[in-house]
Design a protein around this ligand. Structure first.
Ligand code: DHB
Length: 466
């Protein structure tokens, strides 16, 4: 099967949609397969939405249909397959039925591209796994190339693609941002028949990027060291019915001892990065997890608390925050972690029984679950195999930061997010800044694991950089 990559611009529907008191009118171009030889046409396709005003020759915020940035928002979660999404109520449980980011982006006048991508759950008819790493990012790159290939057939400027995503999708957005045109993906793209175009994006918006997975176990222990009770609340939507369950308990003595070891290893990792804060101070850690890197991360939480205080929040019930004359002057990060609570037991990502979504992400076509750290492999209780380190590196935005990072990043990680350590996004922000690119990084106060919030601020940032 070979599919034409030429976008059929005459096949569309004009739709009107009212949500949240806002009415939008737009052209919907849906189900466009973006590779010539799809292996999973259900996911290897995108939807494109364009505000109708551009076809009437109007401008929005000074943009014409040819200059307007393309809001390229993936819907990947938990490294499962991401659907080519549509503007409407969000399917994310944490959004509680509120309109999704695609809707607000259209309302704000952007062209919206919603790419699907394969994820760890896809199999072919022989039961082989089609969506293990690096399938997700290969597909998203193919979608970017498809938009470039069709620059004369679509509205929106393919040189102003703003990638967006949340959690696993935030990690993929970060990866699109840092790995543009890397030759390591070329064989995969070629095999799928992706367009022969560039795949760099202009900017990346990353909500809670669950990234840098091979260092996430250590970072998690550094964050939640000493918090030995864990609670994971699972809500599953089964045919419209929400089924709740809990995984909770206390870490064993062995896990607590391993936590000490991982904290020390995290210090080695951070010290090896050679990062600096904005004032040029070296970001380092001692074996016990204290040091200037800890102060640097604490600074983001303090800035967040300060902003909340300035906006009228009452912090008096939080004795681990010191406020003097309206200024947040100190914050105990360990106490904050106890307050936030631990979600995942050790090891949070590369699990010894291969039980995490990430173990499945790093499987192969024939081996469903694999380890992706030497540490995990050494502790395996199921004699698991170790993933190819080159494939693990391909999924990590950090791999490409020095060489090919795009110029603009916006990263958000809520102070109550427990799905990964706040250190992960803080490291990413510092590594990016070192290369001289622009990074807007903040930790919104009391925000749990979530994305596509404060969209007006995101859109203002996009207009500023475009
Ligand atoms: C996501 C959440 C996780 O806890 C994780 O380990 C990976 C991905 C997510 O929400 O996408």
């Amino acid at each position: 099967m070979s599919i034409s990559l030429d976008f059929n611009e005459s096949d569309y529907e004009v739709r009107t949609l009212t949500l949240d008191g806002i009415t939008i009118r737009f052209r919907a171009f849906e189900d466009r397969v973006y590779v010539e030889h799809p292996v999973d046409a259900e996911h290897q396709k995108l939807n494109l939405y364009v505000p109708e005003e551009y076809y009437e020759g109007k401008t929005i915020h000074g943009y014409t249909g040819k200059t307007v940035p393309i809001f390229f928002s993936n819907a990947s979660g938990a490294y499962a397959s991401g659907p080519a999404d549509r503007p409407g109520p969000s399917f994310r449980l944490w959004a509680k039925g509120k309109p999704n980011g695609l809707f607000y982006a259209l309302a704000a006048g952007f062209v919206v591209a919603a790419p699907g991508s394969r994820g760890r759950t896809v199999t072919d008819e022989k039961g082989r796994f089609l969506g293990c790493a690096p399938a997700h990012i290969v597909d998203l790159k193919a979608a970017v190339r498809y938009l470039r290939h069709n620059r004369d057939r679509i509205m929106g400027d393919p040189e102003r693609i703003i990638s967006n995503g949340t959690s696993a999708g935030g990690a993929l957005s970060a990866l699109l941002g840092t790995s543009g045109n890397s030759p390591v993906f070329e064989p995969y793209l070629k095999e799928l028949g992706a367009a022969g175009e560039r795949d760099d994006v202009y900017a990346a918006s990353c909500f809670t990027p669950v990234m840098n997975l091979e260092h996430s176990d250590m970072a998690y222990e550094w964050m939640f060291h000493g918090v030995n009770h864990y609670e994971l609340h699972i809500v599953k939507n089964v045919g419209g019915e929400l089924l709740e369950s809990w995984v909770k308990g206390d870490m064993t003595e062995e896990q607590q001892k391993e936590s000490d070891i991982l904290v020390a290893r995290f210090a080695d990792y951070v010290n090896g990065l050679g990062l600096k804060d904005e004032d040029g101070r070296e970001l380092t850690l001692k074996e016990d997890g204290s040091g200037s890197f800890r102060d640097y991360v604490t600074g983001f939480v303090m800035a967040s608390a300060q902003k909340a205080l300035d906006e009228g929040a009452d912090l008096s019930s939080m004795p681990w925050i010191t406020v003097e004359d309206g200024r947040v002057t100190s914050l105990d990060l360990a106490a904050h972690a106890r307050y936030a609570t631990r979600m995942k037991q050790l090891p949070a990502f590369d699990q010894w029984d291969l039980g995490s979504p990430e173990n499945e992400l790093f499987g192969t076509a024939d081996t469903r679950f694999q380890h992706f750290t030497q540490y995990g492999k050494e502790h395996s209780v199921v004699n698991g195999k170790l993933a190819d380190p080159e494939v693990v590196a391909m999924m990590n935005p950090m791999t490409f930061v020095e060489d090919r990072a795009c110029r603009h990043y916006r990263i958000r990680f809520g102070t109550l997010d427990r799905d990964t350590s706040m250190a992960i996004s803080a490291i990413f922000a510092a590594a990016l800044r070192r290369t001289g690119v622009e990074v807007d990084y903040a930790m919104p106060w009391e925000v749990p694991h979530a994305g596509d919030y404060e969209m007006d601020q995101l859109f203002a940032w996009i207009r500023e950089i475009c």
